[in-house]
Write a protein that binds this ligand. Structure first.
Ligand code: MTE
Length: 331
């Protein structure tokens, strides 16, 4: 993972959607009952698709229009939409922060399916529509902290991973979940011959109790809109108390396992990236101090450093999951 402090692709202040504009727009749209129609015009993943929306897009737009507000929103300034969708890590599109937005313009979500297998009553495959049909969407405003020591506050839209887990009917031997990203060089150019930087597929994992925690979210939208390709369309994970690399994007397979699965960054550099990857200001990464973070938006002259909080500020909610564990060793 690389880091660049100032980027040519940095949005100008005038391009940034202020938080107040977002909230006013939401209130206005929902007041008029137009949210679905407007989102159909503005959803960036959708706009890359064919003219007439597919059944999946229609269903997603409908669901987004009735997203429930975050029941317990954190009182922190949202990172502007333009930063959330332009400052990304998604190696399938390239290693630069601006590569995902630049190289995903022609990304097509469909066809897409998610395979559920391993320690479940019966393996099965979910097509996109079936994936979200039974779930009511919720907004969750989460702090999001990358191991590279930058952070954001993002209004994600999704549904609890616990709901999907119960649909999968895991057996008693299921102790871990393993997630896998699509491998398709047609859609992910940096997976093409001679261009790969890391082994594919990108793989992540969670312990079962972490996955069932109410904060663990399957994300399909952001800022009330369809999740853009560069942020992991059509489906990504969000685990807000862990470093961002755990939040795997563009998922096509979820396996229930008895053993802890090897994960991408842990396999590449286990002395730097652990399986747990809980945000922890007391344990530094060899290249990045984890004591503080640059809260986006920032600039070279105003880096906006803030102290990092244990479990990214979710200590009350999740510390019990790690009682008795040595978090210096199990980082
Ligand atoms: N998922 C896949 N498949 N490929 C990736 O390169 N990068 C991870 C994570 N999920 C990554 C991924 C890292 S390092 C981070 S910090 C977050 O995605 C970034 O999410 P964002 O671009 O939406 O901010």
């Amino acid at each position: 993972m690389q880091i660049k402090i100032a980027r040519l692709s940095d949005p100008k202040p005038s391009e940034i959607t202020p938080e107040s504009t977002y909230w006013n727009r939401r209130q206005w749209l929902s007041g008029l009952g137009y949210t679905g129609a407007m989102l159909a015009l503005t959803g960036s993943a959708a706009s890359a698709q064919a003219q007439s929306p597919s059944p999946w897009e229609q269903l997603l737009q409908q669901k987004l229009a009735s997203t429930a507000p975050d029941p317990d929103p954190i009182d922190e300034t949202l990172t502007p939409y333009e930063d959330v969708i332009r400052y990304n890590n998604f190696y399938e599109f390239g290693t630069g922060k601006g590569d995902p937005v630049a190289n995903s313009k022609r990304f097509k979500v469909e066809p897409w399916s998610v395979r559920i297998d391993g320690a479940v009553q019966k393996p099965f495959t979910l097509q996109l529509e079936d994936l979200i049909k039974p779930h009511a969407l919720q907004e969750r405003i989460y702090r999001f902290r990358c191991v590279e020591a930058w952070s954001m506050v993002v209004p994600w839209v999704g549904f609890p991973l616990a709901e999907l887990i119960s649909r999968c009917e895991p057996t008693a031997s299921a102790k871990y979940l393993r997630f896998e990203t699509l491998v398709d060089p047609q859609r992910f150019p940096a997976q093409g011959f001679g261009r790969s930087t890391i082994p594919w597929p990108y793989v992540e994992g969670l312990r079962m109790d972490e996955a069932q925690h109410p904060l663990s979210l399957m994300v399909v939208g952001v800022y009330g809109k369809v999740l853009p390709a560069q942020n992991g369309a059509p489906l990504r994970l969000m685990v807000p108390w862990k470093y961002g690399f755990k939040s795997i994007k563009s998922i096509v397979r979820i396996s229930f396992l008895e053993q802890q699965p090897p994960t991408t960054w842990e396999r590449l550099a286990s002395q730097e990236y652990g399986f747990y990857a809980n945000v922890n200001p007391e344990v530094d990464h060899p290249r990045w101090s984890q004591k503080r973070e640059r809260r986006l938006p920032n600039s070279l002259f105003d880096p906006n450093w803030i102290p990092t909080r244990k479990f990214n500020g979710y200590e009350n909610e999740v510390a019990h999951l790690y009682a008795g564990m040595n978090l210096r060793k199990l980082y």
